[in-house]
Write a protein that binds this ligand. Structure first.
Ligand SMILES: [Zn+2]
Ligand SMILES: [Zn+2]
Length: 131
């Protein structure tokens, strides 16, 4: 059976395409439940594994964190991530500060870099509304 063609597969693909940020399997399950209330976490893992093998999604691996997943088209464009310390969600940071050669010891060559920003997202920083 082609998992991608199932209702579950289509709902998961749509969630990932529309999220605009990397999602954990539990977040994908939660978002897809609007469409498919019975969707189980094991199915989410199975579909994501297949999508990763097919090159449709890429794993976002932050230090000390279980993998999250983003659309391969997003992953293909160099960017970085912001991890909210309060809600635990991860957001895309477009672009790159660059200039990292200045940090590199003389005679060394950088092939690749990771950059993660940590703090509070806009939603978590928002002042509680007074009623
Ligand atoms: Zn937050
Ligand atoms: Zn960069």
């Amino acid at each position: 059976m082609n998992l991608r063609k199932t209702r579950q597969g289509q709902a998961i693909r749509r969630v990932i395409a529309e999220s605009g940020r990397p999602l954990s399997p539990a977040e994908i399950q939660e978002a897809a439940k609007h469409d498919i209330p019975s969707l189980g976490l094991a199915t989410v893992y199975r579909v994501i594994k297949r999508m990763a093998e097919d090159g449709e999604v890429a794993a976002v691996q932050l230090p000390g964190e279980p993998p999250r997943y983003e659309d391969q088209r997003v992953a293909a464009k160099h960017h970085h991530h912001f991890h909210c310390n309060d809600c635990g969600r991860v957001f895309d940071v477009p672009g790159c500060p660059g200039g990292l050669d200045a940090l590199t010891p003389p005679g060394f060559q950088v092939d690749h870099h990771e950059l993660v920003l940590y703090g509070q997202c806009a939603l978590c920083r928002r002042e509680p509304t007074t009623s």
